[in-house]
Design a binder for this molecule. Structure first.
Ligand code: C5P
Length: 226
């Protein structure tokens, strides 16, 4: 059984997906972390330091560094770990630098092909909850349940601002709105796998819902299966 949860940045999908996976005893696949891992690996191990470099990755480097044999995704009740050649790189993936570069790299078809291969390999023998931008539209179009989780730009900017605060980055609400709007723009207008509401997806607007209410609302659709 596959459940997909797509949505824009700071829509709360990772938190909600993890809660649903835990509640239903399923494996959680956070696809954003795989794109983040590719971004970190190209920057750190392959020398892609500039915006120009990361927007022009070579096919050879993508195949050499960003493949399912070198990048390993592990989900347990303790959380997610991502390994590159057996080095745990998890702690480097949610920095402001990776936030910035990942939406540039993820526009590349060759990167998306590698990440889709990784996602399919993970899902092969498991019941999964997968969250991201194209889980229900491209990666798993035949998923049993597809959700599109969203909230207003202001609400998402407020959540993102709080997240940044926890990481020690103080940004104003206006800066948060600008950052969110820029990432929304990149994610929805890119040529390859843009963020869309997948066909037959259930749309959940969490602007006025707490986390618990959002999870309960979604479980109403899925629970009868359990
Ligand atoms: O979900 P998260 O914010 O960690 O994702 C990081 C970035 O990875 C997104 O801004 C998006 O550019 C990219 N991404 C994607 N497709 C997915 C998941 C993430 O393009 N399925």
């Amino acid at each position: 059984m596959i459940i997909t949860i797509d949505g824009p940045v700071a829509s709360g999908k990772s938190t909600v997906a993890l809660r649903i996976a835990t509640e239903l005893g399923m494996y959680y696949v956070c696809s954003g972390l795989l794109y983040r891992a590719c971004t970190y690996i190209l920057r750190h191990y392959a020398g892609y330091k500039t915006e120009h470099a990361i927007t022009h990755p070579s096919q050879k480097d993508i195949e050499e560094y960003c493949n399912q044999y070198r990048i390993r995704y592990v989900y347990t009740i303790h959380g997610i770990q991502i390994f590159f050649d057996n080095h745990d790189i998890t702690e480097y993936l949610k920095t402001a630098t990776i936030d910035h570069y990942v939406s540039l790299l993820s526009t590349h078809e060759a990167i998306r092909i590698e990440v889709h291969i990784m996602q399919k390999a993970i899902a092969q023998d498991k019941d999964i909850v997968a969250d991201g931008r194209d889980m229900g539209s491209v990666a798993f179009p035949d998923a049993e349940y597809k959700f599109f989780l969203t909230a207003s730009v202001e609400e998402r900017a407020g959540r993102w601002q709080k997240d940044q605060e926890k990481k020690g980055n103080n940004v104003s609400l206006q800066q948060a709105i600008e950052a969110i709007t820029q990432r929304d723009y990149r994610d929805t207008t890119r040529a390859v796998s843009p963020l869309v509401v997948p066909a037959h997806a259930i749309i959940i607007d969490s602007t006025n819902l707490t986390l618990d209410q959002t999870v309960q609302e979604m479980l109403k659709y899925i629970k009868p299966w359990k």
